[in-house]
Design a protein around this ligand. Structure first.
Ligand code: NAD
Length: 479
């Protein structure tokens, strides 16, 4: 058996009640390791330790936190290649993307190291003579962070770093199918001197570990990224405990291509947005809304480029798209390919792909002649599949783009300043891209959506302070 990788609770590595296998989706014969599954009792132990450790942690002040985050950032950068290797091996993202994601995690820690020193407040004149008012920010307390499998380094980083920067204690529950990257990050955070109890890693299934975390009375806030179904469930439980809540969920992100678009920009933007990272991005362009005049030329070029993409093992330097993350996800994707045909689409690509190893390889797919009412244009697939909807003009394109339960990211390819501006103002989405893929964002600005995609304050950038702190208003009378 390979070494067992344990949970980090109150500064100790502990075994939980059983081990689960972590296997490589590019090659099922490759056993990455065994990872400990935490129990509800482990969550309780971690929550108590976190709560007890908070006063001393907060008393150390912002400089100690800034320096810790900076050390963590440097170490992540130093180990970017090996952590990226683990990420590619367990999640299936191609190696260059995986290493870039790890470097992104380092940038995020570095950014929040700076933010720790910039926690601002207000001094406001009182309406009463002799009274001073101060508005300050304080940590929320013990925060529960629940993350999905598709960005195993960046998403934990963009939750853990602001949580620590603003003086909170963390219980991190990574997705159970990608524990390896989170375990490497946890080791770094621990080794760089994060005090016992302030950062805890609790691996295992959502139904046990995630649920115990959401229900624990000492956990004051939950930040979750994942599917809408899980998000709804968490919202109900968190409401019961009156917890502060931040939910980042799915998308069905539209990319509009107008007649005046430059195909040299539109085709690569859609190819990247729809299919890179195997389409397993919440911001993936899964609805391509294309004006009639450019439709045929655009579709011909995109289909050609899509079919030329090399699907293969994540660690093979010639691969451009890695495998789907799991057999369940692959089955779901293939069901959607069949559904697209049943709903009347012309399907290009989409079946299983041959690989040199036994992995979950799928050819990317375009669903042509889709209508926005079809399930394949309304439901998040979370695989390398994009529906193409033909529209007559800009107004119809905007209406179709907005006709969705989701509102995470949206894009438009156009040469018209007027249309670009009207789209930026008219689209109901948290992030808008003009002549850029819907996926691919900066790390120092807010990230999040509207409608069914998000709930609660934004993540990332300076806006993260809203979630990870609470505001105190102090009145004093000097006599
Ligand atoms: P998921 O909802 O299945 O799981 C997410 C996390 O929740 C995992 O850690 C899981 O173990 C945990 N969980 C499951 N049941 C739980 C419960 N009852 N209580 C508490 N926690 C529980 O999502 P996934 O399959 O890991 O990720 C894919 C989804 O994530 C997609 O819908 C995608 O759009 C979304 N996503 C959103 C963003 C964003 O920022 N908006 C980013 C990445 C992924």
């Amino acid at each position: 058996m390979t070494d067992a990788h344990l949970n980090l609770i109150d500064g100790n590595w502990l075994p939980g009640d059983h081990l689960t296998e972590n296997r490589n989706p590019s090659d099922l014969s490759d056993l990455i390791g065994h990872y400990a599954s935490a129990t509800a009792e482990d969550v309780d132990r971690a929550a108590r330790a976190a709560h007890a450790a908070l006063p001393a942690w907060q008393a150390r002040g912002p400089l100690a936190r800034a320096e810790l985050l900076d050390r963590i950032a440097r170490r992540i950068d130093d180990e970017a290649e090996s952590i990226g290797h683990m990420l590619a091996r367990e999640e299936g993202k191609i190696l260059p993307e995986a290493i870039a994601e790890v470097r992104r995690a380092a940038q995020i820690f570095r950014f929040y190291g700076g933010e720790a020193l910039r926690i601002a407040g207000d001094a406001i004149a009182s309406v009463r003579p002799g009274v001073d008012i101060e508005v300050t920010r304080e940590p929320v307390g013990v925060v529960g962070l629940i993350t999905p499998w598709n960005f195993p380094a960046a998403i934990p980083a963009w939750k853990v770093a602001p949580a620590l920067a603003f003086g909170n204690a963390v219980l991190l529950k990574p997705a159970d199918i990608v524990p390896g990257t989170a375990h490497l990050l946890a080791r770094i955070i621990h080794e760089q001197g994060c005090p016992a109890g302030i950062f805890n890693l609790l691996m295992g299934p959502g139904s046990v570990v995630g649920r115990a975390l959401v229900d624990h009375p000492l956990v004051s806030a939950i930040s979750f990224t994942g599917s809408v179904a899980t998000g709804r469930m968490i919202a109900r439980s968190a409401a019961e405990g009156m917890k502060k809540l931040q939910l980042e969920m799915g998308g069905k992100n539209p990319m509009v291509v107008l007649d005046d678009a430059d195909l040299e920009i539109a085709v690569p933007a859609c190819l990247n947005g729809a299919f890179f990272s195997t389409g397993q991005r919440c911001t993936a362009s899964s609805r391509l809304i294309v004006q009639a005049g450019i439709h045929d030329a655009f579709v011909t070029r995109l289909a050609e480029a899509m079919q030329a993409l090399r699907v293969g093992p994540a660690l093979d330097p010639s691969s451009q798209i890695g495998p789907v993350v799991s057999s369940a996800q692959l089955r779901g994707n293939l069901d959607y390919v069949a559904l697209a045909a049943a709903e009347g689409c012309e399907v290009v690509g989409g079946g299983m792909a041959e690989g040199p190893t036994d992995g979950f390889f799928q050819r990317p797919a375009l669903f042509l002649k889709a209508r926005n009412t079809m399930r394949v244009a309304r439901e998040e697939i979370f695989g390398p599949c994009a529906a193409v909807v033909r529209v007559g003009d800009f107004d119809e394109a905007l209406a179709v783009a907005n006709d969705s339960d989701y509102g995470l990211s949206a894009g438009i390819c156009t040469g018209s300043l007027r249309h670009a501006r009207a789209f930026r103002h008219g689209i109901r989405a948290g992030m808008v891209m003009v002549n850029l893929p819907t996926a691919g964002v900066d790390f120092h600005v807010p990230f999040g959506g509207t409608k069914g995609s998000s709930h609660g304050p934004r993540e990332q950038g300076r806006h993260a302070v809203e979630f990870y702190t609470t505001v105190k208003t102090s009145y004093s009378f000097g006599g």
